[in-house]
Design a protein around this ligand. Structure first.
Ligand code: FDA
Length: 309
């Protein structure tokens, strides 16, 4: 009950631009995201990826930012992604990129977004680096899948994320499985009403596993994005029963979360990709991480005040 209310509160706060401005302008608060974000610069992100690669994990780099409302800002974000891809290639890192389309101008229209994305997907193609398109709130799902489909039709190595909590997701996954599109499945991180999304943890878990199984059966190399040990065991069991090798899917987790489980999966010989966000626009991303686990607030308070003393 209390954790449900806190979840709603943090998701509400994640959309408050004035709170973001306060947080970014306050030196003490700028320490908040340290555990969940690799740093504010590309150099800090590259250092984090190198460390992950040394441990046997691959990475996906996220240049933090979303809900951009003018073309110039969207183009600046796209340029940051091109620089990220060039750097991944130059350093020979085992990494790809994850992008939010509202950062690439999706609110300006699908065509504008495709134009902004063009240099990014060209850089990906040039260096053979896969481009993952994150999924945002339900209002964006149709447009996001349209952008992915149009880029795939033009030959780009690109794939979407599908959120297990959405009622529509089995149909979306059916289409993606038919084309063997490399898709990440996650539970879903936004506040959605019951008409749009499952609300109950057990039902979301069952939906998650069913979607992953469909993509495994289609041999579509799904990304199994969760820190939930129960989901992970159920996916491992299914793969074992069907004799699906550990090279035909990958587990994915967020930077700084369940590092114990990350190490365990690697030790067991499974593939693991860690989502590494970097940049200054950390506020909404960070609030969603608090919403997923309100106890993180205690951890954050320790980070802020503990290290001051
Ligand atoms: P669940 O929330 O049940 O957590 C299981 C356990 O994991 C918890 O008991 C706790 O131990 C640990 N845990 C989970 N979240 C934590 C946190 N924030 N801090 C500390 N511990 C935590 N969503 C979306 O809508 N669109 C997207 O594109 C993506 N992309 C994405 C990529 C990757 C690689 C991951 C791992 C996740 C996403 N998500 C996402 C987020 C996803 O939808 C979901 O909100 C989180 O993964 C939390 O759900 P879990 O499946 O981890 O289970």
């Amino acid at each position: 009950m209390l954790s449900g209310a806190l979840r709603a509160l943090f998701l509400w706060l994640s959309n408050r631009r004035w709170m973001a401005r306060v947080a970014l302008a306050t030196p003490l608060l700028r320490r908040m995201p340290l555990r969940f974000v690799a740093g504010t610069t590309l150099d800090s992100a590259v250092a984090a990826v190198r460390a992950l690669n040394a441990d046997g994990a691959s990475a996906t780099l996220d240049v933090l930012g979303e809900s951009v409302s003018d073309r110039a800002s969207a183009e600046r974000a796209a340029a940051a992604y091109v620089a990220t891809i060039e750097r991944i290639a130059a350093e020979g890192l085992d990494a790809n990129v994850s992008i939010k389309l509202t950062q690439m101008g999706l609110d300006l229209g699908v065509d504008a977004c495709l134009e902004v994305l063009q240099p990014v997907v060209e850089a990906g193609d040039r260096h053979g680096i896969f481009v993952r398109i994150d999924m945002e709130s339900s209002a964006y799902v149709d447009r996001t899948l349209e952008v992915v489909a149009r880029l795939r039709d033009s030959g780009c190595d690109i794939g979407p994320v599908i959120q297990a909590y959405l009622h529509r997701s089995p149909d979306d996954v059916e289409r993606l499985a038919a084309d063997r599109v490399r898709t990440r499945i996650c539970k879903g991180a936004y506040a959605e009403p019951p008409e749009v999304a499952l609300q109950e943890r057990g039902a979301i878990g069952d939906a998650f596993v069913a979607l992953v199984e469909r993509l495994l059966d289609a041999d579509a190399y799904p990304g199994v994005a969760t820190h939930d040990p129960d989901m992970i065991e159920r996916v491992k069991d299914f793969a074992r029963q069907r004799d699906i090798g550990s090279d035909r899917f990958e587990f994915q987790m967020l930077y700084g979360i369940r590092r114990d489980l990350q190490r365990q999966l690697l030790a067991e010989g499974y593939r693991l990709r860690v989502y590494v966000p970097y940049g200054t626009e950390w506020y909404p991303y960070f609030m969603r991480r608090l919403a997923e686990r309100p106890a993180n607030v205690l951890f954050v308070l320790r980070t802020i005040f503990g290290e001051r003393g």
